[in-house]
Design a protein around this ligand. Structure first.
Ligand SMILES: NC(=O)CC(=O)C(=O)O
Length: 276
């Protein structure tokens, strides 16, 4: 079993030109491979600006659309696992915010539809209602890559500790969240939530954001981050486009879990935990 994994978190500059967004993602996948990455993760909504008014125009079928095709080819040509950020997925008359995962042969390993839609209202700061355009997913998503079980959540999913609990219960050593927090919630909650989820479940947590574009209608916080099973930040980008390349040490997951054995000390005789 693989005990170490080199991952690259790609903080892409995303604009309104879909083909350019996809081409940049493909370029970054190849560049990450040159830096030794075995797994490359892209941000939420990497082929489209993030906003309910854009989703219908940029939506594609999965796996048939041009974005899926580009990702599967890039994964196969580079021979890396690609966690393909998210794209607006069209399925019948519904749209979803969907992450696709491709193995190093270009096979679709997993598909996660954002489970918790981002509907918030902070007067004078930010109001966003993803449910105006999107439907929620209803499946937990994990996949195995080289003997490592990895769970996927998307952005707002990060706020729900029950969801990460279920993913951890399924045996995950790492959770990857393509995400795009904003200038209100990012500074307050981005790192806090990543560290909380990592510490709660003693696993690695990776958050992958688009780069900040102050001209966009939704301004992303950036700061793609990797946190280890101790809850410590291993690496973090600033707001600009860039790539964070880090080594995941899977021995650390076992080490922390053995040293602080909270997983076997839960008082489930006194409280319920959701594991369905
Ligand atoms: N954009 C999201 O889905 C979530 C977010 O920005 C937040 O929770 O804050």
């Amino acid at each position: 079993m693989l005990r170490a994994l080199r991952i690259a978190l790609v903080q892409l500059a995303v604009g309104s030109d879909k083909k350019k967004n996809i081409a940049e993602a493909v370029k970054q996948i190849h560049m990450a491979k040159q830096q030794g990455a075995q797994l490359v993760a892209l941000p939420e909504c990497f082929n489209s600006p993030y906003g309910t008014k854009y989703f219908n125009d940029y939506a594609e079928e999965v796996p048939g659309g041009e974005t899926s095709l580009a990702l599967l080819r890039a994964a196969a040509e580079a021979g890396v696992c690609v966690v393909g950020g998210t794209l607006p997925e069209r399925c019948g008359d519904r749209l979803y915010n969907t992450c696709t995962v491709w193995d190093g042969c270009g096979k679709l390993l997993a598909q996660h539809r954002k489970m918790h839609l981002f509907d918030i209202d902070i007067p004078g700061k930010i109001t966003f209602k993803e449910s105006e355009a999107l439907s929620p997913g209803d499946q937990f998503t994990t996949f195995d890559y080289e003997g490592v079980k990895i769970g996927i959540g998307i952005c707002y999913d990060l706020r729900f500790s029950e969801m990460s609990h279920v993913l951890a219960s399924k045996g995950c050593s790492m959770l990857i969240y393509p995400a795009a927090f904003n200038m209100t919630t990012g500074p307050k909650h981005w790192e806090l939530l990543a560290r909380a989820r990592a510490n709660d479940h003693q696993l690695y947590v990776a958050l992958v954001s688009p780069a900040r574009d102050t001209e966009a209608s939704y301004v992303a916080w950036g700061h793609s981050t990797l946190v280890d099973p101790w809850g410590e930040v291993v690496g973090k980008l600033d707001e600009n486009s860039g790539v964070l390349v880090c080594d995941i040490d899977l021995n650390k997951v076992e080490e922390v879990r053995n040293q602080i054995p909270i997983r076997s000390q839960r008082r489930t005789d006194l409280y319920d935990t959701i594991t369905k």
